[in-house]
Ligand binder design. Structure first.
Ligand SMILES: [Zn+2]
Ligand SMILES: [Zn+2]
Length: 83
C-alpha cells in the first residue's frame, strides 16, 4: 500500500512539498497545512523527519496530483481516517 506510487511520482511530489508535510486534513492536530519537516532519505521511518507517500483519493490515478507527502503522524492518521 505504501509503495504503490512510482519512484518518479514520489520524487516529483517530494520536490513540490519543499520538504514539508503536505497534509491539510482538518481533523488532525495541525491548523491548516501541517508543514512538519520531512527528509527525503527518511521515507517510511517512524521518527521526526520520517514520511510516506499517501494516495489522496483511491479512485484517482497514481499520479503526482494524487500523491501527498505526509509526515508519519499524518500518514498514520490518514490511514485511520480511511478505514
Ligand atoms: Zn504532517
Ligand atoms: Zn495531518
Amino acid at each position: 500500500m505504501s509503495h504503490i506510487f512510482s519512484i518518479d511520482v514520489v520524487k516529483a511530489a517530494f520536490i513540490r512539498s519543499d520538504g514539508e508535510c503536505e497534509c491539510i486534513a482538518n481533523n488532525h492536530k495541525h491548523a491548516g497545512r501541517c508543514n512538519n519537516m520531512v527528509i527525503y532519505n527518511m521515507r517510511g521511518l517512524n521518527l521526526p523527519g520520517g514520511w510516506e507517500a499517501y494516495r489522496q483519493s483511491s479512485d484517482r490515478p497514481l499520479d503526482v496530483g494524487n500523491c501527498r507527502i505526509l509526515c508519519m503522524n499524518c500518514y498514520k492518521a490518514s490511514l485511520q481516517d480511511n478505514r
